[in-house]
Write a protein that binds this ligand. Sequence first.
Ligand SMILES: Nc1ncnc2c1ncn2[C@@H]1O[C@H](COP(=O)(O)OP(=O)(O)OP(=O)(O)O)[C@@H](O)[C@H]1O
Length: 258
Amino acid sequence: MSGSTQPLLVLSDVRKTFGGVTALKGISFGVGAREVVGLIGPNGSGKSTCVNVISGALPPTQGQISLEGQRISGLPAHQVVARGLARTFQTTQLFGEFSALDNVLVGANVCQRQGLLAQMRGWRSARRDTADAQVRALELLEFTGLADERDVPARRLPVARQRLLMIACALASRSSVLLMDEPAAGMVASERRMLSALIRRLPRRNVSVMVIEHHMALIMEVCQRIVVLNFGEKIAEGTPAEIRANPAVIEAYLGHQQ
Ligand SMILES: Nc1ncnc2c1ncn2[C@@H]1O[C@H](COP(=O)(O)OP(=O)(O)OP(=O)(O)O)[C@@H](O)[C@H]1O
C-alpha cells in the first residue's frame, strides 16, 4: 500500500472456486483512504470475480475481506453497500423510465438511515431528509456533469452518460469505497477524458476507488497504484510506472495476445 494512506478495504488470501475452476487463488491487497487503485489483467484473469466477491455478489470460498476494520466477506450485496462500499456495473443498472434525478434519489435511499416505518412515524424529519436528499442528488448531478439532464429519463441518455449517472447513484449511497467495473466501456476519447477527470476528483470527496478497466491509458492516468492479476493470481502491484516496466506484466499481456 502506498505512502501514508490507511487501508480501508483489505483483501486477505481471497480464494474463489467454481466447481473445478479456481478463479482467484488467494489474492491479498488493500485500498487506502482517498486512494485510486486499478485492478487489471488479461481476459479471464479473475477481475470480475474479484469485484463480485468484494461487493457481495458472490461469497468467497476462502479468505477475508474487511472494510474499515469490519469483516464484509460473505455478507449479501445490500449489506455491503450499507457498510459503505458501492459499485458501478459494466451494464446499465438504472431505472430506465425514471429521470436522472430520481435515479440518484433511489441511490440515496439505499443508505437512508430512516426506514419506511420511521419515516411514517416522523413525517417532519422524513420531509427534511427528503429535502436534504434532493439537494445532495442535484449536487451529484452537477459533479458528474449531468445537471442539464436531471429530468431526462435514464434510458434516453447516451450509454456514456448512463455510466456517469451510475457513478452519481453510487456516490449517493455515501459510500467510502467505490468499485468501478469497466466504467470507460463504450466511451469515445472525449468521454473518457471527462471520466478520467471525474475519477481523479473522487478522493477529494473522501471516496476511495477500485477500478477495473481494459483501457490502459485511463488506468495509468487515474491510478496511484495498480494490482495485476493473471490466471487468478496477483502477479504484480505498484505505481503505474512500475507496472508499465514490470516484465511479468508485459509477459502476461503479450502471452495473451499470442
Ligand atoms: N460463474 C462461473 N462459473 C464458472 N467459471 C467461472 C464463473 N465466473 C468466472 N469463471 C471463470 O473464472 C475465471 C476468471 O473469470 P473472470 O470473469 O473473473 O475474469 P476477468 O479477468 O474478469 O475476465 P474479462 O476481462 O474477460 O472480463 C475464468 O476462467 C472464468 O471462465
